[in-house]
Design a protein around this ligand. Structure first.
Ligand code: HEM
Length: 440
């Protein structure tokens, strides 16, 4: 990877302290640092952290430019690669242009509606079991670790086709190590470092998946791993073993930490607004069963989910790097310049959203449709060629989970005051979000 361009002094901004620049400011308070920088310099600003100078983009217009990239001058591989490169190498999100298109076309087969309908039974069975188990838990329980475990187990069954037990625990340990390595400041494999643990996690996971591939290619499993082993685009293109391994590792990461974070924000907000929780619960209670075909009927639950990931997006930074000189927002970014879309800045823009820091699911109601004010006002799943391939899958998971949980329990807050979040790499509550489930 050729070095990043560092010469963007023509863009307003600041480098921070010598050597460490603004790295620790970001680690301490990422969103506050973004907001202060954008407020001071405008919606396009220069900053420096983690050894990298980055151009920050903080408006819906800039979002359109970065996500649509009609000129094909913005690379994902070199954008995300700085943080994810070796840990998630060759995942779909780290591929560019024609190669990306080819791989996405094959992977799409495993995410189309008929494939999701096939996963539905497993998702439903799994969440029914999870919620029944929670009924026997001592209260209060910590919601975040509980939902994360539930989604890991589900990834075991729906993604990997393996039952709960030592193999699922092994894969969970491996990709937790990978996730924890992402924000590492030391990025060489020195003993005792998070980076080394992450790289070991990746190698173990890769070896485990690779050993399983021949059996998956022979079998007819309905899980995502088996689907990827068989997936074929309209030209008959298929993934080789290396691609299956790289894509599965990326998918395991992309899928469940994002959805755990989204559901935790959602439950946090519903415990702060009991009347909205009751509305969502009544909608769930009005449906005696929830087959794949009934999912669209959970309209208010869907609005709550959309609002949760507007207010607190699980993926707050969308990274790119220019492949050649690229005009954005009246400035010319030279070749090899890193550029980052600051998603929360777009989602909290008072020009686009009424009272943007308030949890208000009805802003998505057809009569208000605040998300329609700009084609890229609402971008929790990105947009354009790299738009999240699992967006519909995660909506499906969230609805099925809420249907089981809210029909059975009222969820109460245990602590007074606002929840404190650790923001990077993905928002998670520092205290695990203790809640009390009260049977209806
Ligand atoms: C609330 C949950 C989720 C959020 C907020 C989320 C967010 C995102 C975002 C913002 C991107 C675009 C990144 C970019 O443009 O560079 C993305 C891409 C991606 N996501 Fe998700 N995601 C979620 C759930 C999932 C799930 C459940 C899966 C898989 C089952 C998944 C798989 C992927 C993949 C494979 C990509 C790369 C797509 C491409 O590059 O073509 N995500 N996601």
């Amino acid at each position: 990877m050729r070095d990043d361009n560092d010469d963007v002094d023509h863009i307003p901004g600041e480098r921070g302290l010598p050597l460490i620049n603004r790295t620790f400011e970001y680690l301490r308070d990422p969103f506050g640092t973004d907001k202060r920088t954008l407020a001071r310099y405008g919606s396009i600003a220069r900053t420096r952290m983690f050894g990298r100078t980055v151009v920050m983009l903080g408006s819906a217009d800039h979002a359109s430019r970065l996500l649509l990239d009609r000129e094909r001058t913005l690379s994902n591989r070199f954008g995300w690669g700085h943080f994810f490169g070796e840990l998630l190498s060759n995942g779909l999100m780290l591929r560019d242009f024609d190669e990306h298109r080819l791989h996405r076309g094959i992977m799409q087969v495993a995410f189309r509606s008929s494939a999701r309908a096939a996963y539905h039974e497993e998702i439903d069975r799994h969440f029914a079991h999870t919620v029944a188990r929670w009924a026997g838990e001592r209260m209060p329980m910590q919601f975040y670790p509980a939902i994360r475990n539930a989604l890991i187990e589900q990834a075991g069954s729906a993604f990997l086709g393996i039952p709960p037990g030592p193999h699922v625990e092994f894969t969970a340990r491996c990709f937790t190590a990978v996730r924890d390595a992402m924000m590492a400041v030391i990025r060489v494999e020195l003993p005792g470092t998070a980076w080394r643990r992450g790289m070991i996690g990746r190698r173990k996971l890769a070896a485990f998946l690779r050993a399983e591939i021949p059996a998956r290619r022979r079998g007819h499993g309905r899980d995502l791993f088996s689907q990827l082993c068989h997936a074929e685009d309209e030209n008959g293109e298929r993934f080789d073993d290396d691609a299956v391994v790289d894509h599965m590792i990326f998918l395991l990461f992309a899928a469940h930490d994002t959805t755990s974070s989204a559901l935790t924000t959602l439950i946090d907000e519903l415990t702060r607004a009991p009347e909205l929780q009751e509305r969502a619960a009544q909608e769930c209670l009005s449906l005696p069963r929830l087959g794949f075909e009934q999912l669209e009927q959970l309209e208010f639950v869907d609005r709550c989910f959309r609002e949760a990931i507007r207010l607190q997006p699980p993926v707050n930074y969308i990274l790119r790097r220019t492949t050649s000189a690229c005009p954005i927002g009246g400035h010319l970014l030279p070749e090899r310049t890193p550029a980052t879309l600051i998603v929360h800045a777009v989602h909290h823009d008072p020009e686009l959203w009424t009272d943007p820091l308030r949890f208000d699911p009805d802003r998505f109601a057809p009569e208000r449709a605040e998300d329609r004010g700009h084609p890229h006002a609402w971008v929790p799943f990105g947009g354009g060629a790299h738009r999240c391939i699992g967006a519909e899958f995660s909506r499906q998971q969230v609805k099925v989970f809420c249907w089981h949980l809210l029909r059975r329990f009222r969820i109460e807050r245990v602590r007074e005051g606002a929840t404190v979040w650790r923001q990077l790499p993905i928002p998670m509550p520092k205290d695990g979000l203790p809640v009390r489930l009260v049977a209806r």
